[in-house]
Design a protein around this ligand. Structure first.
Ligand SMILES: [Zn+2]
Ligand SMILES: [Zn+2]
Ligand SMILES: [Zn+2]
Length: 313
């Protein structure tokens, strides 16, 4: 896995030289941030609420993640936040369909849409070839369906969907989409892959539209709030859903990535790390030894496990 390899490379580099920019750092003092790519800034690196060192704990560069607003500043909503919240609510409302979809078996048996009662698959097939190529009969049929849909769902302000080969249109708000064939569900499951590991999940502290500061997780590859949460999420404190994100910052992985491999008794530790880079047995033992070397080499705080971390308020 490329991420794992990158982590090991970084770990080895740090365990010898210490994290980037350590010259300007002393234990307990503010951590100076590595100069950003072309930004010219020299800012304080984010630290955990208990003063812990994120470099030691997470082994990811938090400066690469978006930081929006100041979570410690007083909460204040602006007109921009109100507009964003209204838009998020409108979008959510437009695509929310509370009708349960058909089972695949019922769909195959020809049961109609449980939302509007019309068929998903028309008895008379429809071959859409572009409105300018319609015969007179096709145009009449098409216009009649357009008029029917507008009358029934004109106020729903949602999208429309139809099954290939059928003209009947269904409403994104009133009608559940037709079910997927079981084969396709299996394929999607395969593409989505195995469940995410804790060390692949980044913890974010978010201040939401309701004012609550909550912690949420997203895959570590999402470096911006938008790619991680698409602008809004739900609030576990008050239930507001959607709740737009007002401020936010990444605070560290849910769990440290698995440590470097256990060295074999015959080989010196550095080579052992190298030779077992991808091994699954690389999770315990030498992690502590490497951590000691990290502390000895850098005078920097010891990497800690995420489960000993305090949860931000
Ligand atoms: Zn329908
Ligand atoms: Zn509708
Ligand atoms: Zn809330």
């Amino acid at each position: 896995m490329p991420y794992h390899a990158a982590f090991l490379r970084r770990w080895r580099r740090w365990s010898v030289r210490g994290p980037p920019g350590r010259e300007s750092r002393a234990p307990g003092a503010g951590v100076r941030r590595r100069l950003g790519r072309g930004s010219g800034g020299d800012q304080v690196n984010p630290r955990t609420s208990d003063g812990g060192c994120l470099y030691g704990r997470t082994m990811v560069d938090l400066t690469e993640y978006e930081r929006r607003g100041d979570l410690d500043a007083p909460f204040e909503l602006t007109k921009k936040h109100e507009r964003a919240q209204k838009t998020a609510e409108r979008i959510r409302e437009a695509v929310r369909c509370d009708v349960a979809p058909l089972t695949w078996e019922a769909y195959v048996a020809g049961e109609p849409c449980p939302g509007c009662g019309l068929p998903y698959r028309d008895e008379e097939p429809w071959d859409f070839k572009g409105t300018m190529y319609f015969t007179e009969e096709e145009r009449a049929r098409y216009d009649a369906e357009q008029a029917r849909f507008k009358k029934a769902h004109g106020d729903c302000r949602s999208h429309r969907h139809s099954v290939s080969g059928s003209l009947t249109m269904h409403c994104g708000k009133c009608c559940p989409p037709p079910p997927l064939p079981p084969r396709q569900i299996g394929e999607i499951g395969r593409l989505l892959g195995t469940p995410k590991q804790p060390h692949e999940l980044m913890r974010w502290r978010l201040r939401l539209y309701c004012g609550h500061v909550v912690e949420k997780q997203a895959h570590y590859t999402h470096k911006t709030l938008h790619s991680a949460f698409t602008g809004s999420t739900s609030c576990p404190e008050c239930g507001l859903d959607p709740a737009t994100i007002v401020d936010g910052e990444a605070v560290g992985l849910v769990e440290e990535p698995p440590g470097p491999a256990k060295p074999s008794p015959a080989a010196p530790p550095a080579e052992a790390h190298e030779s077992r880079a991808g091994s699954e047995s690389a999770r315990t033992g030498s992690g502590d030894r490497a951590a000691s070397r990290f502390v000895a080499a850098t005078g920097h705080c010891r990497p800690r496990r995420a489960d000993s971390a305090s949860t931000p308020a």
